[in-house]
Design a protein around this ligand. Structure first.
Ligand SMILES: *[C@@H]1O[C@H](CO)[C@@H](O)[C@H](O)[C@H]1NC(C)=O
Ligand SMILES: *[C@@H]1O[C@H](CO)[C@@H](O)[C@H](O)[C@H]1NC(C)=O
Ligand SMILES: *[C@@H]1O[C@H](CO)[C@@H](O)[C@H](O)[C@H]1NC(C)=O
Ligand SMILES: *[C@@H]1O[C@H](CO)[C@@H](O)[C@H](O)[C@H]1NC(C)=O
Ligand SMILES: *[C@@H]1O[C@H](CO)[C@@H](O)[C@H](O)[C@H]1NC(C)=O
Length: 345
């Protein structure tokens, strides 16, 4: 009998502890704020507190073993106990701390950064803990401007015997840049990348394998893979590179009874539309032509047939790509004006 009761309570205890654990987990996970971070990019983990004297901020990643992410007290950062995975990648907004902003900036986001984080803050009068979950978005993408230079991000956990290979993912895996034995190895580099690639030599030991590509061309567009390996770990990071060339300048001119609107060197393929101000229900005959240049950019040109007698209309030409837009207007006897804007996607 005694044994039976003992077993029963043991079972109940187990049951209760399981229940308690589940409820605990449920309460903890339920209210978490969520932040999406892009692989390889930087990301802000928001946290705020009631401002006060002697602020202390502790960011912790709630993995099986709690990992110390960032600590701040006595008016400075403290690195001694920081988990090595976060080394050199975290910062607080120093000028914002006195205003109650304990947000953490994390750079070079890695897959292992996914999970739950705790932001513990204290001042002389208040203590607070908030929880936050980071989701990593893997469809990393970087947009590079045609003709400019561009950084394709890649991170790894530092270690000995480092090897870095950057490929462009084509059927034959075009070799873009290789590094091992502590130096660049460009013997097998595809000739299209010759003289255009570099790593940040002074950042490599800190786990930064980002590639700098200069003189970006449309042909560079596409998926890239960064492979890293050290004595302890291998890493693989894919990033999709997109090229853009915004419409820089719109030309408008009149020829006989037509207005011509044109712009050159745009990517991706632009759209062109005409509008009239003040708006009119009439339609004006117009034709648009797009041509591809040798550099795989687009020249666009459109002509609109003017109506007779209507002198006080503005003819507006808008040229847009998914991320940029530029417009110009024309009126009889007046100069063109042009404006542009980015479209936030
Ligand atoms: C903290 O400051 C940074 C930088 O100014 C800002 O981006 C962030 O939104 C602020 N966060 C909060 C919670 O106020
Ligand atoms: C404590 O943190 C929670 C969650 O971030 C927040 O809603 C609450 O306002 C904070 N309390 C104080 C006193 O700052
Ligand atoms: C690598 O270092 C470069 C140069 O300092 C920097 O611009 C880039 O953001 C770093 N990339 C990562 C992923 O840390
Ligand atoms: C330009 O032509 C298209 C059809 O070709 C028409 O739908 C559009 O309304 C015309 N634009 C103006 C401003 O009349
Ligand atoms: C496109 O425009 C550029 C610059 O005006 C010009 O040099 C080039 O010949 C044009 N290409 C085509 C195919 O129209």
């Amino acid at each position: 009998m005694g044994v039976f009761i003992f077993q029963k309570t043991l079972m109940m205890n187990k049951l209760f502890s399981v229940l308690f654990f589940l409820i605990h987990v449920w309460i903890l996970t339920r209210g978490d704020a969520e932040v999406s971070c892009q692989l390889g990019q930087s990301c802000i983990l928001p946290c705020s507190f009631t401002p006060g004297d002697d602020p202390a901020i502790h960011w912790i990643q709630l993995t099986l073993i709690k990992a110390k992410v960032h600590s701040y007290h006595d008016n400075k950062d403290h690195w001694v106990h920081q988990d090595q995975r976060f080394r050199g990648r975290t910062s607080l907004f120093k000028d914002q701390i006195s205003k109650g902003n304990a947000s953490l900036q994390l750079t070079g986001v890695m897959v292992q950064d996914e999970g739950r984080y705790q932001c513990f803050t204290s001042t002389i009068t208040h203590k607070n803990t908030s929880l936050l979950t980071i989701r990593i978005e893997c469809d990393a993408e970087v947009s590079c401007q045609f003709g400019q230079s561009c950084i394709l991000p890649c991170r790894f956990t530092p270690g000995d015997d480092l090897v870095i290979h950057w490929f462009k993912m084509t059927p034959t895996n075009t070799k873009v840049h290789s590094y091992y034995d502590n130096k660049d190895h460009l013997e097998h580099q595809h000739q299209r990348f010759r003289g255009r690639t570099s790593l940040f030599q002074n950042q490599i030991s800190k786990g930064n394998a980002s590639l700098q590509l200069t003189g970006v061309m449309v042909q560079d567009e596409g998926p890239y893979r960064c492979l890293t390996s050290t004595i302890t770990e291998t890493g693989e990071f894919d990033i999709n590179m997109k090229v853009y060339a915004p419409p820089q300048k719109i030309n408008m001119k009149q020829t006989e009874n037509q207005i011509i609107c044109s712009s050159d060197g745009i990517y991706p393929e632009p759209d062109l539309s005409w509008s009239i101000s003040p708006p009119s229900s009439r339609t004006f005959q117009n034709t648009t032509r797009v041509q591809e240049t040798e550099e795989l950019l687009y020249n666009i040109s459109s002509s609109l047939t003017l109506s007779d007698g209507e002198d006080d209309l503005d003819y507006i030409c808008t040229i847009s790509t998914p991320s940029n837009q530029r417009r110009a207007s024309w009126r009889r006897g007046r100069e063109c004006s042009s404006s542009s804007g980015d479209i936030s996607v």
